[in-house]
Design a protein around this ligand. Sequence first.
Ligand code: ZN
Length: 496
Amino acid sequence: MAIIPLPQQIEWKSGFYTLQADVRIFIDSTIQSPTDLGDYLADSLRDNIQCTLSVEDASEKPKQNCISLGLEEGNEKLGEEGYELSIHEEWIQLTAWKPAGLFYGIQTLRQIASHSENGQIPCVQIRDVPQYPWRGVLLDCARHFLDKEFIKRYIDLSAHHKLNRLHLHLTDDQGWRIEIKKYPELTKVGAYRKDGDGVYGDFYTQEDLREIVEYAEKRFVTIIPEFEMPGHASAAIASYPHLSCRGESIPVQTKWGIFADVFCPGKESTFEFLEGVLDEITQIFPSEFIHIGGDEAPRDRWKECPHCQKRMRENDFQQEDELQGYLIKRIAEFLASKNRRLIGWDEILDVGGLPDTAVVQSWRGMKGAIRAAQLHHDVISSPNQYVYFDYPQDEQQQKSKPNWMRMTPIETVYQFQPTPPELSAEDSRRVWGAECTMWTEHAPQEKIDEQLFPRICAFSETVWSPGEGRDWDHFQERLQSHLKRLDRMGVNYYRP
Ligand SMILES: [Zn+2]
């Protein structure tokens, strides 16, 4: 039985339970959950037994011929997301402390049932609690637009692997993808770039994004929006040139890379814009955490800009780096006024002014994770040598990618440890988990399945399953069965 990610404790028993058409699902109507969990389970099992099980409300469950879902008060040890699944010969019992736990128990049951023949599934006792609370995937919908249905499909695929954060990279040099009502030029101009003789681009309306947020919430996935600043801002500046130091018009970029024109932190009008955009972002996305990028911001323009130089003199700054620290501090304060916290890429550690509440996402290896945790910042690990899934998986793929992209086969991903061993026990608690990333410069939508799968299956195990006793051979065996499930789900995973 191939369960991915591997549960914390699993004990196979003798005997079988038979899933058949007259099995009833019992669930207490008192369970408060964004998901109608009973119907969700019935839908999930329909493919295995070719019929839809009935869902009934029951506080007293008959212990035969049923699947019973219930919350157990007092079972805090299971935490927000843990569950216990017992498959007996007479009935199936799934319990949790919170609804998210029931949801993850359902994913496990789906996987077990997917192997059933004639509805027979083996008896088992499982107790399962995730290792990390933050288990994320980043989708870059800026470099290539990803359509709404595709994102919903990825919410389902992520949730099935017990991942619970979807980070949407919504703005960059090559495209602005989020409707902002106060600044309509962002999607009139910034959402499109020249592409040969034509144009390439699209964007999400606020209604689209609310629909995505709601869809994700029902699957216990939080959407984390990212608005890049002060760098990777060409699409915004193309829409509103006054946001840059020179104030000159520039195009939405058509090449990949890092560009000199960034937001000008010397002008008050820049802050009015950044806060205006963030104000609408916080209205669309209920997430406590808002990502503001912060990576790869050149200082060239700031050095020659009278507004920036004036800001430096007024604040007694010695280096242009401190201007980014100034920007981050102000933006963090603005977000705090809306009860939100800021996440940034690990460059934000280098610029000063970082408030204690800022969360650091370490991408340039694990050095940022170590430094941030030691400085008592909360940390998300996304080291490029392990979890950058735009990187090639073999020599064939390497030929179509830039040279600097390191080869990252699934075996490397499986060795990833979100918590750096260098950290003390106390500092280790700062590491909330990890995110794998799907940057799309070299991977438009139709290439994403083969970049993410099956590496994301290995990733799910590094963030959900216990770190000790990880066994590559065992994982490979389980993966062979899991690939058959992915076939049925229509995932076009990488085949060596
Ligand atoms: Zn400036």
